[in-house]
Design a protein around this ligand. Structure first.
Ligand SMILES: Nc1ncnc2c1ncn2[C@@H]1O[C@H](COP(=O)(O)OP(=O)(O)O)[C@@H](O)[C@H]1O
Ligand SMILES: [Mg+2]
Length: 317
């Protein structure tokens, strides 16, 4: 396959891609990257929750991560890109109602449910609600779309939940049933790989990809052992880190109607007993994310981001 000359000129990062690398969604990763990198980026750390597979826990993890960060005193903005389901923004609307009803103030993120499909609008919304936030969390709908690709292209951290099933892992990688040999990377891994390569080619910092096993039930079972082996192989080939993950727990959904998590119950003890295991698993997820520690680091990130943006614009002019 020959190289592809993009509209950005022969020496742009776009021209460095072989066509086989970007047969995803009909869009070239370099074009997606340029669309994102040419716009102002938020000062805060961008955490994107994405997996083309639906129902794997993206919104659940995004909600619990957002509340845990708020609980730790961080300023957080949340963008719900799944306006069809609006799970995450729905939980935050419920949270507001609970605060009003119980006359209690709970640490909460700013949020917006977003139905546009352009990177310009996404960037504008992030600036509108998240310009002074340490963290911007984006919950991406399953299924894959241009706006999903743009959100992933702007991620500092990418969080991908997967359940203990080859039906879910399929989009990350396909395995031989007998030998458990990795036959090929799945569509989502190739998409993320393409966008990461576009970033490297544009001399932008790589994103940090964390895959989170979710809803584990029977640690010690044969199925869990096989899935763990498969994920370990994939993590090397697709270049992601593996989190310890979350178990299957009612605690992650029983407070949804109130928009609460087990981090909140210490502030409203009459509502129920804190389930420490779920709270600790989310704390572990935050630790596994290895997020930047303080505001000074955020400022450094911002300065670095602005510098590379200038480079990209110069290189692709
Ligand atoms: N660790 C978990 N334990 C129990 N239920 C979970 C867990 N993670 C997700 N769920 C449930 O699974 C369903 C799908 O989760 P959701 O976060 O909406 O997935 P996605 O956003 O990927 O479509 C929801 O009913 C949610 O409450
Ligand atoms: Mg969702």
């Amino acid at each position: 396959m020959g190289t592809v000359t993009g509209q950005l000129g022969r020496n742009s990062p776009v021209t460095q891609f072989a066509a086989k690398d970007w047969d995803l969604g009909g869009e070239h990763p370099g074009v997606v990257l340029h669309d994102v990198a040419s716009r102002p980026r938020p000062a805060g750390h961008v955490i994107v929750f994405a997996n083309e597979k639906g129902g794997v826990g993206k919104s659940t993890l995004a909600f619990h991560t957002a509340i845990a960060l708020c609980d730790a005193g961080k300023k957080v903005a949340v963008i719900d890109l799944d306006h069809g389901q609006a799970t995450l923004s729905g939980a935050l609307i419920n949270r507001e109602a609970t605060c009003r009803l119980l006359k209690v103030g709970l640490p909460s993120p700013r949020y917006v449910a977003f139905s546009q499909s352009s990177a310009a609008c996404l960037s504008q919304e992030i600036a509108r609600i998240g310009s002074d936030c340490a963290f911007v969390l984006i919950d991406v709908a399953g299924g894959g779309s241009p706006i999903a690709r743009r959100a992933i292209a702007m991620a500092d951290s990418l969080v991908t939940p997967v359940s203990s099933s080859f039906a879910d892992i399929d989009l990350l990688g396909q395995f031989d049933a007998i030998s458990l040999r990795l036959k090929r990377l799945g569509r989502f891994s190739r998409l993320v790989g393409g966008l990461r390569k576009a970033r490297t080619d544009a001399r932008l910092p790589d994103l940090d990809w964390l895959v989170v096993p979710n809803r584990s039930r029977h640690t010690g079972s044969t199925n869990e052992a096989i899935i763990s082996q498969a994920l370990a192989k994939l993590s090397t080939k697709a270049d992601f880190r593996l989190a310890q993950g979350l178990g299957e727990r009612v605690a992650y959904r029983e407070l949804f109607l109130y928009g609460l998590t087990h981090f909140d119950l210490k502030r409203i003890p009459n509502l129920g007993r804190v389930k420490a295991t779920a709270r600790d698993e989310i704390s572990q997820l935050l630790a596994d994310l290895q997020l930047p520690a303080d505001d000074e680091e955020q400022a450094d990130l911002f300065a670095a981001g602005m510098a590379v943006k200038e480079q990209v614009l110069a290189a692709t002019a």
